[in-house]
Unconditional design. Structure first.
Length: 221
């Protein structure tokens, strides 16, 4: 029983990794639906991703400046106020570009839904009537129609993943510079969360996939 469970576990993860080959075609469709929106959205997310490490660097300079003032008993310099103003500007920039990226996400969602729906309708208009008599094909066509909106969450998650990856790389480089052991501890703590979220995300997709024939029967009724 244990060997069968282990084999089923590794087989499930093998299928999940093989499913990643479908990501590039989806990204291609997203790009075709709005290249300028995708470009500006990624640029905003790149700026937002680099703000945390920039704010941490400015905070370090402020702390070092205050520490030097306390130790040497000197007066406050204008340099400290410029650093405080820079920290304030970074906070405003992070909030502003985050709102702009949310706006581009909404625009991209609308364009992607319209683009995929038009593609599905164009393909369906070129089919013969007997193609719709095949339930397997009709389920596939229905999934393509439904996933025009279901994939919006995945597309937005990919944008957030891009932003979080840049933030993680920049912050990891800063943490590695100060304490390599702390970076290893953080990576070890993130692995269980990644495995858990991936497992339940694939279970949710499998449930939606199994519900397609039931949803078609419900439409008939």
């Amino acid at each position: 029983m244990t060997d069968a469970n282990n084999q089923a576990f590794f087989s499930a993860w093998r299928e999940r990794l093989q499913a990643l080959k479908n990501v590039p075609p989806v990204l291609r469709i997203v790009w075709d639906s709005g290249p300028y929106v995708v470009t500006f959205g990624l640029a905003c997310r790149l700026i937002v991703a680099l703000i945390p490490v920039s704010a941490a660097w400015v905070t370090r300079l402020i702390i070092d400046n205050i520490n030097a003032i306390v130790q040497h008993k000197t007066a406050l310099s204008s340099h400290l106020w410029w650093l405080a103003a820079l920290e304030f500007a970074l906070a405003i920039a992070g909030s502003t570009f985050s709102r702009i990226s949310d706006y581009y996400d909404a625009v991209l969602a609308d364009r992607y839904t319209r683009h995929v729906s038009i593609q599905v309708m164009d393909h369906a208009s070129r089919l013969d009537l007997h193609a719709y008599e095949d339930p397997v094909f009709y389920d596939r066509l229905d999934r393509a129609r439904v996933q025009a909106t279901d994939r919006l969450g995945m597309i937005q998650s990919i944008g957030r993943l891009f932003q979080q990856t840049i933030t993680t790389i920049s912050l990891s480089a800063a943490i590695l510079f100060f304490s390599p052991w702390l970076l290893l501890l953080l990576v070890g703590c993130l692995i269980p969360a990644f495995l858990g979220e991936s497992h339940f995300a694939f279970l949710s997709y499998a449930k939606n996939f199994r519900q397609t024939p039931v949803r078609r029967e419900l439409d008939y009724l």
